[in-house]
Design a protein around this ligand. Sequence first.
Ligand code: SF4
Length: 473
Amino acid sequence: MLLPIRGKGLARAAANLRREGRTPINRAMSETAPQKRLYIKTYGCQMNVYDSERMADVLAPLGYGMTDDPANADLVVLNTCHIREKATEKVYSELGQIKLMKAARAEAGHAMTIAVAGCVAQAEGEEIMRRQPAVDLVVGPQAYHQLPELIARAHRARGERLAADFAPDEKFDALPARRPAGVSAFLTVQEGCDKFCTFCVVPYTRGGEWSREPASIEAEARSLAAKGVREVTLLGQNVNAYAGEGGLAALVRRLARIEGLDRIRYTTSHPRDMDDALIAAHAEVDALMPYLHLPVQAGSDKVLKAMNRAHTAESYIRLIERIRAARPDIAISGDFIVGFPGERDADFEATLQLVREVGYASAFSFKYSRRPGTPASAMPGQVATEVADERLQRLQALLVQQQQAFNAAQAGKTLPVLFEKAGRHPGQLVGKSPYLQAVHVSAPDRMLGRIVPVRIESAARNSLAGALELESA
Ligand code: SF4
């Protein structure tokens, strides 16, 4: 059974949808049939009319369609104007009416979110929420592109999640028992994302962050180990935001106690959620492999801010230092986006500089591509394809160089290799090093599923080759 450790209202929200005759569906961003009702009251000038239309555009990918009946709206936005006398008092008076509708709706089992936007929101700020607690959020005229994120936060604050488009508890309960294909298996522990990076569709398509209950994860891990799995990779869109008791570090320690489960990995992590307990686990838990995929995306603080990444280049580098102090041999992997809107030469140079400072064992790098409905897709300063291509080539050349150097540094060492499958050549097995490198070795089939010391003899860009240490042959 999967419990929604954050966002306890999912099942309730899904039930509400059903009661209202609406089906919770897993929907694609760009072709969303409205599932929720949005009422916007616009005060003042044409600018505000335009802003209201854009707010509707920003909210459409979340499944909001317009209604002219505030009493039946899931989301009410008052897009206010400050120009007339007593404008603020008019807004408070209107809010008094909406509050009654919200209460009536709550009694009928339906939620309503109230947002105040526009100039009064700008002028009064959170004073509005203090004076009228029924208001869930305020958003100024320069920030309405953040509405999806602010709504998500407001929903979380009252124990709901952003989009009831699927129910992980039901999903995990309904899945049949795993039949692992080999000695290494994935294990989902968390889904969804609340980070709202401006280039990414995940928070819209997968909803807010959810964590499975530790006992349920442990049961699945035990069952996998009983079927011969020696290594699990814990999966989550934001796996280190895992919110079970004690966070991901406690989960790793719990799973490390399972007999036969010798290796634990996790992916994908966000720098913001890399806490001290998890760093300590890297120092103290033998089963936790010395490999960490920690996307940074860019090395320019200006670009990171535009991406809404909530970290700077400096804070990321300091974080890597702390992780390396705990586990000096850890292999760091990353994700990069080049050609993000507004990225100039100097910003790209900052990315190269960060890569040089960190030193990556492996990385994924991409050219920015527009995702409909995301804030970045509408940002000015879209970078020309040729420029982005050229930057990507330069970045990848550096990353490949670093990956080769990391692999070459293993030559001459003896590494424990978990043999997973037969290699392409007769008598050859392929396994994984602790650093997630493929290792090709001449070895008998009986070594499959075993962790065996291998002397590394040579390194290529994507793999290592070695020989069994004599005593294990
Ligand atoms: S890039 Fe990752 S952290 Fe950012 S919104 Fe997407 S899933 Fe969340």
